[in-house]
Design a protein around this ligand. Sequence first.
Ligand SMILES: [Zn+2]
Length: 337
Amino acid sequence: MSDYTLHSHGIYQIRLPMGNPPWMNSYVLPDGDGFTLIDPGFNTEEIVAFWQETGPRIGLDFGKIRQILVTHHHPDHYGLAGWFQQQSGAPVYISTVAKRQIEGIWGEGRRLVPLFLDTYYRNGLPQLLVEQLREQWDSSISRVLPKPSLTVLDEGGKVRVGDIELEVLGIPGHAAGHNAFYSREWQAIFVGDQVMPDSLPDTCYVSDEFDTNPIRSFLDSLDKLQPYAVQLAFPGHHQPFSHFAERLEKLRQLNAERQRKVEAQLIGGEWKSAYEAYYDVFEPVPSLVQKRFHFTETISRIRYALSRGIIEQTVQEGVLKYRYAATEGDTRNDEQT
Ligand SMILES: [Zn+2]
């Protein structure tokens, strides 16, 4: 159902065609005699055609985009930033940590790709799938081209949009370096993929360089968002929603349930890799990308359990294996501490 919706304050929600999830939200905000664009989507022929058709329908002159804000580095959010920058000359704002990941994944030398693939292999992903992921990564680089020039915008920063101000909140968890943009005047938040109205966001582990404990970060970010007065939250996928504070609480519950499921896989004395634990928790999915999200979320959950001292780790033939460390004073239901 790609199309668009006009919300209060002149905010356009543009639903870009995607597949799974069915669409990705980009937001166009009135900004004086121009526009602010949040999360432009990724570079596919279908999405570019969609923008070219939809832009004129909502009065969006690409040359009048004054700034492009990107919540996080995932290609479905960041990918078209360079394409829009070429047409507008607008600055592209993103966090320091997101910029470093973009440079490492798609920049000169692509130093992070072998590092990530090695992490997957060490966590039990079969070599065949490691190779398929490498190929997929190589072939999908066009989705983030052309490369924009990036301007860093971190926690505590502020951005003017017309008469209002957006505050920048650093909310890692779903992705390291994830920003949200909050307007006190509108009581609105552009929250990217960190808070979804009807699903638990992926919390993928990528590397200690960016986040040693993504589940801990995710929970801390939910706590951080709790005091903000929000009438309407604008997520990266699915529909905008109210009842923000209740949604944060629900996500804590869903997260705890998922965490228990993963930890339950490690009870029984048998050593298991993250891949083996993943396999027994998540329903099979056809897409390799989706599989990677679930598998790397399992790594995050195992690291969260490790950080609470309830599982132990060993290495067998180069692969990290884990099992439940049953001790007196069992703390397995204690994941909120
Ligand atoms: Zn994302």
